[in-house]
Ligand binder design. Structure first.
Ligand code: RIB
Ligand code: CA
Length: 309
């Protein structure tokens, strides 16, 4: 099997953890490294969370510390969904792995060079680390094959009516990534709000009783209550969408589009403006906007991967 070299950039929160656990059991993905960024929680927490989820899952891949704050806007965290510690207030056994000190952007650049143009980045938090990497290493844009993000929305938002959390979290970084010229797959709220597990499905997985399944269930109780409050149909596994799009693209559908990020608006700051429904007006249209998913097959795949631990 030709395995796909990937890099995982994350503000390790509860749905990021599902994405990382999924990566750990997908045989066609070759995880070369992980970088942590501030977002759902402060960097000190997201960095430890990524290390500790790797330890729980037996994923032996280095985790590098990235940006503690966005490029130009204040840091906004999401304790209502992820808890103060980022993993639903669950206490994970601490990883014994040595703490990497190399900055995320340096490690990513080295991994991209080593992969000789084949590396694909899955970025599921604010895009600050990627933006810093592009700024420090201009040739990086020639070394990345594709960037798959959880972020944005062709319609709507969550952290504001106009913007999704990851893009709003660092709109300037997001604009730099969309403009870098590397092909982007955007798994925005259009698809991720459809990529859910029902409360009963979450309970059934938790009932399997393994450490990973118990962690999945327990760490997502706060998030489940949040989604219930906003009348979502279940636990939206936002960050697993780009992972499964890369590994099982047949589960998804979408369209090519141009995407620009609002970086100066007041009411619309962080909005991903796409030309999907505006007669294809943008000249630069190198983003694949994912719009739909086969929910039953998505949920079955997530269950299969979590039960494989
Ligand atoms: O809007 C959802 C996104 O914001 C997810 O990546 C979640 O982990 C948070 O980072
Ligand atoms: Ca995330």
């Amino acid at each position: 099997m030709n395995r796909i070299p990937i890099w995982f950039d994350t503000d390790l929160g509860v749905d990021d953890a599902v994405a990382l656990l999924s990566i750990g059991k997908l045989p066609n993905l070759d995880l070369r490294g992980i970088s942590a960024v501030a977002g759902n929680a402060e960097l000190c927490r997201t960095f430890e969370n990524a290390r500790n989820v790797c330890h729980l899952a037996g994923i032996h891949v280095p985790v590098y510390p990235g940006a503690e704050h966005p490029l130009f806007v204040p840091l906004h965290t999401a304790p209502l969904v992820h808890g103060e510690n980022g993993v639903g207030e669950v206490e994970l056994p601490p990883s014994p792995a040595p703490k990497e000190t190399k900055p995320a952007w340096d490690a990513l650049y080295e991994a991209a060079k080593a992969a000789e143009g084949e590396l694909q980045v899955i970025a599921v938090g604010p895009l600050t680390n990627l933006a810093i990497a592009f700024g420090k290493y201009p040739e990086l844009k020639t070394l990345l094959k594709r960037i798959l993000i959880m972020g944005g929305a062709a319609k709507g938002g969550n952290v504001t009516p106009a913007a999704e959390f990851n893009i709003y979290g660092d709109p300037h970084a997001a604009q730099m990534v969309f403009r870098a010229g590397v092909p982007v797959v955007m798994c925005g709220l259009d698809v991720t709000m459809k990529a859910y597990l029902t409360p009963a499905e979450v309970d059934e997985i938790g009932g399997r009783g393994t450490p990973v399944c118990r962690f999945f269930h327990d760490s997502n109780q706060l998030a489940l209550k949040f989604f219930e409050r906003i009348t979502a149909p279940g636990l939206c596994c936002h960050d697993t969408c780009p992972v499964l799009f890369l590994s099982c693209p047949e589960l998804f559908s979408g369209e090519e589009a141009g995407v620009y990020v609002e970086t100066r608006g007041t009411v619309t700051l962080g909005k991903t403006v796409t030309d999907l429904w505006s007669d294809k007006q943008f000249a630069d249209r190198h983003v694949f906007v994912v719009l739909d998913v086969d929910r039953n097959r998505f949920a079955a795949k997530v269950r299969e991967l979590l039960l494989a631990y």
